[in-house]
Design a protein around this ligand. Sequence first.
Ligand code: MEV
Length: 327
Amino acid sequence: MVTSSAPGKVYLFGEHAVVYGEPAVPCAIERRARVTAREIDEGLRIHSEDLKLDGFTVEYDGDGAGRPDVDASEPLLEAAMGYVNEAVAQVRDAADVPDAGFEIRIESDIPLGAGLGSSAAVVVAAIDAATRELGVELSAEAIAERAYQVEAAVQDGEASRADTFCSAKGGAVRVEGDDCRTVEGVDNLPFVIGYDGGAGDTGALVAGVRSLREEYDFAADTVRAIGDIVREGESVLGSGDYETLGDLMDFNHGLLSALGVSSRSLDSMVWAARDAGAMGAKLTGAGGGGCIVALDDTDDALTALKYTPGCESVFRAELDTDGVRQE
Ligand code: MEV
């Protein structure tokens, strides 16, 4: 039996623009998914208790024909099971054991569907744990590649490498198209995360930005300007100049808002954090709902967000320089 864990992530800069070839900087956070894999004779048994699915346990054969008996939305369950099925297919392929059976237990303290890369963290940890269980040790890069293939399969090809690479490698990473690399020299970023309890529809939000960009040159310019923010941000990232990073996060949020992907609750959490003295704050991920990330090394933004209407939970999550690891 092997347990592995992998971190979730926030976007320091660059979501949405990354879809059009601009760079983005996702950062791993100290919130992890843990997956335990045990080889069994055949089929798959999956147990999950902390995926905001109210807990589900499912037993099914290798065809994925079984269905869990829980009160959770069908699309959410389909997605969760789809990720695990595809991850196991990657494991069987990597270890060259096409009929390997597994019992898999998933625990995660990353809210599901909130833009914090929960599915990528589960997939990365699952691939690491299950391949190790079969006696195969993959590099973080190989796990990132296989996890990306999983996300691409489940999301009909609409996946970026950002979440899976960041989760596998940890730290701050830079993603531009297929080029993914670690940003060296970044070992501390004091993140505070506010969560409105909801989730945006990533597909619809990406489509909305795409049509604005096609219709208006100034929207295309806005996407390019986000890329400029990322390039500027990269150059100060290792310096510990949080004030400048915060200013750039504020600017990035403004441009995302102009592209129509913020929401009332995200804006009010962003403003609560800024009013409390955070160095910067922005939405993270696709937007429409979900999470904001603020940069604050005091407790002030955390306290302010606790009392902000629309903020369902708030937590501190430092940069996690560790990627996937065996527990
Ligand atoms: C969603 O977490 C991030 C987006 O940039 C979409 C993507 O990169 O696939 C909005």
